[in-house]
Design a protein around this ligand. Structure first.
Ligand SMILES: [Ca+2]
Ligand SMILES: [Ca+2]
Length: 503
């Protein structure tokens, strides 16, 4: 059993919201153009506002030098119909999102709107036009919406955050003393996190270093569950929560996934969640970062979609307590807070869907499962893996499983044995269920995976043995979990029995 003292676990919360400040400057159209009263379309340009990232100081803004090189194509979500926040955008927001994604490492973008914005306003006597508030809001809704969705679909674009927005417009004076304004283009200038990067060259090189580190990051396992656990554990082992957060020595990249993949390997919730998402995307596992509040502070965590199509939550920040915990690994909304106070996961994690301190755009999240992925909490040291859709519990060849599970105290576990074909029943306050056990590689269920089992796989290949389809015995030999026992499984089993970690 692995119960830890409640008091030793620090709740990790921080502010991740970006602040918004709108600087409504006056649009100067030129008095002469308006005085005539003639219908005279013209083109003008004005900065209408800026949105600053937290910690971003506009007075230290750094001008871009170069780096218009096309970005490296990043991993795509492997799902047949991947969940994207892009799908939640309107056409103008999509235009902005597309423009930046097509050429991510640029400082400035001129985005042609898919649907131009228009309004009718009085011709100002002094030629100084101020946009009506609803027009400012419409512009900010496009910019904030497009950027929010892009940042959350593509956390590898770690430098996105604060920005300035300008517009390009034409106008048409009318006889009745009003004029029609047509906004055709938004100009977005990306602000650099100057506490971390002094130039866009530095962003460029950091981007490539991060991609290389993601490529090299070890993720092991046969099943989605096993890969997720590997990602969870290996990130927790690689980083520590920044002990200097909010003080001198704070890692200026704390809020970026770079902080997980690059030295000095200190991060905060946003880094944990975005790095987790990037590694899931590398492995083809649908995963999103969720932003909101926890215990009143800004916080970020993940939702992951399992093979059953249902979304479960992972809060790696709270699971990394020196010891790696699993209290927030693939849990549901009703999961109890084992270590952090009372209530449920949902009562402790409130989605806001906002990356900026503006209510103009809010992300919508998929529905979180009420129940956790498995009804059992794992001991930190077990390699057991659950498959809810198959109703199976996979054990590695050398697992000693009598102490493999940590459960709330009102739970009972009953196992008929601990190898292939045995069953494990559980029941408690969160529900009950039964899993069929599969000791990976132990096809003949003698509680050891060895050359006898390997021979049985070879016999299956040659057609002299028939492992019943869908049975635990077939699952024990189906090393790569693709539903069929074939030559690939024979090769994998050979390596597995010889302790060569190819998976
Ligand atoms: Ca065996
Ligand atoms: Ca197979």
């Amino acid at each position: 059993m692995c119960f830890l003292e409640k008091g030793v676990h620090m709740k990790k919360i921080l502010c991740l919201l970006l602040s918004v400040s709108l600087l409504f400057s006056v649009l100067s159209l030129g008095a002469s153009a308006l005085a005539s009263g003639e219908k005279q379309p013209d083109l003008a340009y004005a900065t209408i506002g800026s949105v600053d990232a937290l910690d971003y100081d506009p007075t230290t803004h750094v001008e871009a030098t170069q780096n218009s090189a096309a970005a490296i194509p990043f991993y795509t979500n492997g799902a047949a119909q991947p969940f994207t926040f892009y799908a939640q955008l309107n056409n103008n927001q999509k235009a902005l999102y597309d423009s930046i994604l097509a050429e991510p490492l640029k400082e400035k973008y001129d985005v042609t709107l898919a649907e131009q914005l228009t309004c009718n306003i009085p011709i100002p006597a002094d030629g100084q036009v101020q946009l009506p508030p609803e027009m400012n809001n419409a512009i900010m809704e496009i910019a904030i919406g497009g950027l929010t969705a892009l940042m959350d679909d593509h956390p590898e674009l770690f430098w996105l955050g604060g920005f300035e927005v300008g517009i390009r417009f034409s106008y048409l004076p009318k006889e009745d003393g009003t004029m029609e304004l047509f906004i055709t283009t938004l100009s977005i200038q990306i602000a650099l996190n100057t506490s971390a990067y002094q130039s866009w060259d530095e962003v460029f090189s950091t981007y490539h270093a991060m991609l290389a580190a993601i490529d090299a990051f070890p993720v092991r396992g046969f099943t989605r569950y096993e890969k997720l656990k590997s990602i969870h554990d290996n990130i927790a082992r690689q980083v520590v929560y920044d002990p200097n957060l909010g003080a001198a020595g704070e890692n200026p990249t704390d809020h970026e996934p770079t902080s997980v993949f690059l030295e000095p390997f200190t991060t905060v919730c946003e880094g944990y969640a975005e790095a987790f998402q990037l590694l899931c995307q590398r492995e083809g596992i649908p995963c999103i970062t969720v932003v909101g509040t926890a215990d009143g502070g800004g916080h970020a965590w993940n939702y992951v979609q399992m093979e059953d199509g249902v979304w479960y939550a992972v809060d790696l920040t709270w699971d990394d307590q020196g010891d790696v915990l699993y209290d927030y690994f693939l849990v549901g909304a009703d999961a109890p807070n084992v270590y952090f106070g009372g209530g449920s996961f949902e009562s402790e994690h409130v989605n806001t869907g906002r990356r900026f301190t503006s209510d103009l755009f809010t992300l919508s999240y998929p529905t979180l499962s009420n129940t956790s992925y498995c009804g059992i909490l794992l001991n930190a040291n077990t390699a057991a893996a659950f498959s809810r859709e198959k109703g199976m519990l996979f054990l590695q060849k050398n697992d000693t499983v009598e102490t493999a599970f940590t459960t709330p105290q009102d739970w009972t576990l009953t196992a008929t044995g601990w190898t292939t074909g045995d069953t494990l029943s559980y029941s408690g306050s969160q529900g009950s269920g039964t899993y069929t056990l599969v000791r990976r590689g132990d096809i003949n269920a003698d509680n050891v995976a060895n050359s006898t089992d390997y021979a049985m796989v070879k016999e299956t290949l040659s057609g002299t043995r028939d492992l019943a389809a869908g049975s635990a015995y077939e699952a024990a030999g189906d090393m790569n979990g693709d539903g069929v026992v074939d030559a690939f499984d024979a090769a994998l089993l050979d390596l597995y029995l010889n302790d060569i970690p190819v998976y």
